[in-house]
Ligand binder design. Structure first.
Ligand code: INS
Length: 337
């Protein structure tokens, strides 16, 4: 029988996951849409035949309407959903970030260990399910291009919503690089430094960006990330890996090619929803399959806590200087997945 999934939050990402689970994922249905806003809640039900609408996770649990939950609210609202879901031992796919800071992430990890004898939370760091990221990781691990010397990344958004604040450059956006860079390079982040690039006149008043984030990994590799959220033209996430014997590039535009008026063009994405659509599909399908086996298949909450510590260093680095990332020892509990 199908896994009955409650999707919490029916904004851009939540609505996309509801449509995905209904139309493309096997072994699961959306049984509940949990969303305080009635307009968004009822709109989302259009894509989830048979689902019930609830305004809180507590109500959905009390009605025995869900076997598992996908959390797609903004990061600062994750903890109040995670704690009751953990108390019920529900399997959880939680969108990034785990929570808004490291203290609350640690509380979640502790609640998970208290509630269950194995991990219940998988984190939605979808880049790991992107075919090009996976291939780059293989190239690095195999040594086929020689030794990895550096990673040069760009993370560009056309614009961001009104609710996007300065700390979110790190906590909501660079958080992806803080996850995926150690996964690619096989080494943790030792320190972070931030430089302010020349201000983009398109940047909202409240934001000081674009920024250049410089990281040093434990193994000495340097990583630079251009984080730019007012680039207008489209959505672009790309990385170049520099090796002793060559280069590898991922995330290049691969859309439709057009010729007109003396120029040649390739269509670029405008949103993460299309750029990472295939990765989200693989991520959710693998999570549903893992839940059926009583496990998870992707980054866990402990990893989310580590990333939260790296985010904390990143936010401190806004004030200047090189900031060390606090290192922590992984509990054996997290090897049970
Ligand atoms: C979004 C999402 C995107 C990222 C954006 C972020 O929440 O995580 O993948 O590119 O910067 O604001």
């Amino acid at each position: 029988t199908d896994l009955r999934v409650g999707v919490v939050g029916a904004g851009l990402m939540g609505a996309d996951h509801i449509a995905r689970i209904t139309k493309r994922i096997s072994g699961a249905i959306v049984s509940a849409v949990i969303e305080p806003d009635e307009g968004r809640g009822t709109a989302a039900l259009q894509n989830a035949p048979g689902a019930q609408w609830f305004t809180s996770i507590e109500d959905a649990i009390a009605a025995n309407a869900v076997d598992a939950v996908v959390i797609a609210t903004p990061g600062k609202f994750h903890e109040p959903v995670l704690l009751p879901a953990l108390a019920e031992k529900l399997p959880i796919l939680c969108e990034k970030p785990l929570t808004a800071d490291s203290a609350s992430s640690l509380r979640v990890v502790e609640a998970e260990m208290a509630a269950s004898d194995r991990p219940l939370i998988q984190l939605g760091f979808m880049r790991r399910f992107d075919a090009e990221y996976a291939r780059l990781r293989e190239i690095i691990a195999s040594g086929e291009a020689g030794e990895l010397l550096a990673l040069r990344a760009v993370h560009r958004n056309p614009d961001v919503p009104e609710t996007y604040t300065q700390d979110m450059l790190i906590n909501d956006s660079v958080v992806h690089e803080l996850d995926v860079i150690p996964w690619l390079a096989g080494s943790e982040i030792r320190s972070i430094e931030i430089k302010y690039m020349r201000r983009n006149p398109n940047s909202p008043e409240r934001l000081r960006e674009p920024i250049l984030v410089l990281m040093e990994l434990e193994n000495g590799i340097l990583v630079d990330v251009e984080m730019n959220v007012s680039i207008k033209f489209g959505y672009q996430v790309a990385t170049e890996a520099v090796f002793s014997n060559g280069l590898a590039r991922i995330g290049q535009a691969n859309g439709v090619q057009t010729w007109s008026d003396g120029s040649f063009a390739k269509e670029e994405h405008r949103s993460f929803v299309t750029r990472f659509a295939a990765a989200y599909d693989v991520q959710i399908q693998r999570w549903v399959d893992a839940v059926a086996r009583g496990t998870i298949d992707g980054p866990d909450a402990w990893h989310g806590y580590r990333v939260a510590l790296a985010c904390e260093a990143g936010v401190k680095a806004f004030d200047g200087g090189i900031v060390e990332v606090q290192q922590v020892e992984r509990p054996a509990f997290y090897d049970k997945a």
